[in-house]
Design a protein around this ligand. Structure first.
Ligand code: NI
Ligand code: MN
Length: 217
């Protein structure tokens, strides 16, 4: 499977199917024809092109209802739930964050923020969404044994690198990819010391991907 970090929290998985997570790419283009879209929450820096892509989309119940009202073939789910679409398994896990859908200066409650553990081919990929550190990340590790954890490190709205180091240990995925940083000055972070410190103290490897970079996993 190929994993492409498109920037911010946007990640494309290309295996038997193409799965696009949080289709917001600052100053860039979102892939047009993913088989499935997964949106962690309603904030604009995650919703991005979700409505205009108009693909089968997995989202938390309230956000899915909004998308369905917009004509998007969305599949509603909630924390602890699992659905399969075209042979790809989506488990929705909690994220400690808020959610709000904004449209033309008016907003509505997005329900909540989620993370996903996505099972495709023989890999389990955990995208944490926007989240604070929480100790039940241990449970995500115990239950789903993710191969890769995509963790926000930008701080201010999510975990910072120090918290993400603890998260990485809780989750135990052998590969961690930092996301949700350096998009704007308010979430500026240097991922270098995070990688160095985590690799020095654990068996976990950290891949720092530039926006647009693809790795085979
Ligand atoms: Ni957010
Ligand atoms: Mn965000």
């Amino acid at each position: 499977m190929e994993l492409t970090y498109l920037g911010h929290a946007c990640v494309l998985l290309k295996g038997e199917k193409t799965v696009l997570i949080d289709p917001f790419v600052p100053g860039g283009n979102v892939p047009k024809d993913p088989d499935i879209v997964a949106v962690t929450h309603g904030h604009a820096d995650h919703m991005g092109a979700t409505v205009s892509l108009n693909r089968p989309t997995v989202a938390i119940n309230e956000l899915a209802k909004y998308l369905i009202a917009k004509g998007v073939p969305a599949e509603a789910m909630n924390y602890g739930g699992t659905i399969g679409i075209d042979g790809v398994r989506f488990r929705m896990v909690p994220a400690v964050h808020s959610s709000w859908i904004e449209e033309g200066g008016i907003g509505c409650n997005g329900g909540g923020c989620a993370g996903f553990v996505i099972g495709m081919e023989d890999k389990e990929i955990y995208h944490a969404g926007d989240t604070a550190l929480f100790s039940d990340m241990k449970l995500i590790g115990e239950l789903y044994h993710p191969d890769i954890a995509l963790l926000p490190i930008g701080g201010r709205f999510t975990m910072d690198p120090a918290d993400a180091m603890i998260a990485a240990r809780y989750i135990g995925a052998p590969l961690v990819i930092p996301i949700h940083y350096n998009t704007w000055p308010v979430i500026a972070q240097d991922p270098g010391p995070f990688k160095t410190a985590l690799e020095r103290t654990t068996d976990i490897r950290v891949s720092i991907l530039a926006p647009g970079e693809t790795i085979t996993v």
